[in-house]
Design a protein around this ligand. Structure first.
Ligand code: ZN
Ligand code: ZN
Length: 273
């Protein structure tokens, strides 16, 4: 009997509470409701992609795109491959900062190493690169900043520290995996990403540049590739494990310009972040 009374009481009190809340906080309630609604809609979108669209899209992509790590989202959109990444490396770095579980003090071989003042920050990269890349009629110079993405989602930069400035001094701030962050926290590789070549092999696919052409490591068929083996864009045409019929591809070498030479071989897509 007592509990019945309580339940009956609740039914009287609760609507009254709700009414008073709704009246006195009407504007707050409306403002608060919209972000929640937006977030729910976004979740529904991304879940759809993960379960159905993305699987379809991955199936229609060249097999080479399966090399991207799970943290990187890759899907097809018409004639484009869309690649989304936070840009956070999947390996340790002194640039994560002390106290971060991913922090690892410098233990590389460069006696002149000095930490730059920046630290790694999460990005929202969306790259759109051609699904079927082809040689450009006129070759665009690569910009400073992100010119491609490694298979672990990390940005690839060109061979300059600034406008026409070689990497000479900047190299001393590369961590033990050959990456470092710039001022806004974009962690990036200008030269061989040592964590990737160690884990996947020195002849492995390392990433893609914005023009849709793949980047391979510094070895091919067990032989070290040198700049002399490559054209002015730092690539050549030939078969690879992922493209047995042959494709134009860049190679990383251990001397300047390291990953890319005098601009993009193909027409670059776009990047937003
Ligand atoms: Zn840099
Ligand atoms: Zn090659």
């Amino acid at each position: 009997m007592k509990s019945l009374l309580n339940i009956a009481g609740m039914w009287l009190v609760l609507p009254a509470l709700w009414l008073s809340f709704a009246c006195t906080n009407k504007s707050d309630t409306v403002i608060a409701a919209n972000p929640v609604l937006d977030r729910d809609l976004r979740n529904i979108d991304s879940d759809d992609n993960a379960n159905t669209d993305e699987a379809d899209d991955l199936a229609s992509l060249p097999a080479a795109f399966s090399h991207f790590s799970d943290e990187v989202e890759v899907y097809r959109d018409g004639d484009w491959v869309v690649i989304q990444s936070t840009g956070i490396p999947d390996h340790a770095s002194p640039y994560f900062g002390n106290g971060d579980s991913r922090y690892e003090a410098y233990n590389g071989s460069n006696a002149a190493f000095r930490l730059n003042p920046n630290s790694i920050a999460e990005q929202q990269f969306t790259l759109r690169i051609p699904l079927a890349p082809s040689k450009a009629a006129s070759h665009q110079a690569t910009p400073l900043g992100t010119i491609g993405l490694a298979v672990n989602g990390v940005a690839i930069f060109n061979q300059y520290a600034g406008p026409d400035q070689p990497l000479t001094n900047e190299i001393n701030s590369f961590d033990q995996y050959n990456g470092h962050p710039q001022r806004t926290g974009v962690y990036h590789y200008h030269i061989e990403p040592l964590a990737l070549t160690a884990a996947r092999g020195r002849d492995a696919l390392i990433g893609f540049l914005l023009d849709g052409f793949p980047v391979y490591g510094p070895e091919e068929n067990g032989v070290e590739v040198s700049n002399a083996d490559l054209d002015e864009f730092h690539g050549h045409f030939g078969p690879t494990a992922d493209y047995p019929d042959g494709i134009y591809h860049y190679h990383i070498t251990d001397e300047d310009p390291y990953i890319n030479g005098s601009g993009f071989y193909g027409e670059p897509g776009s990047i937003s972040h």
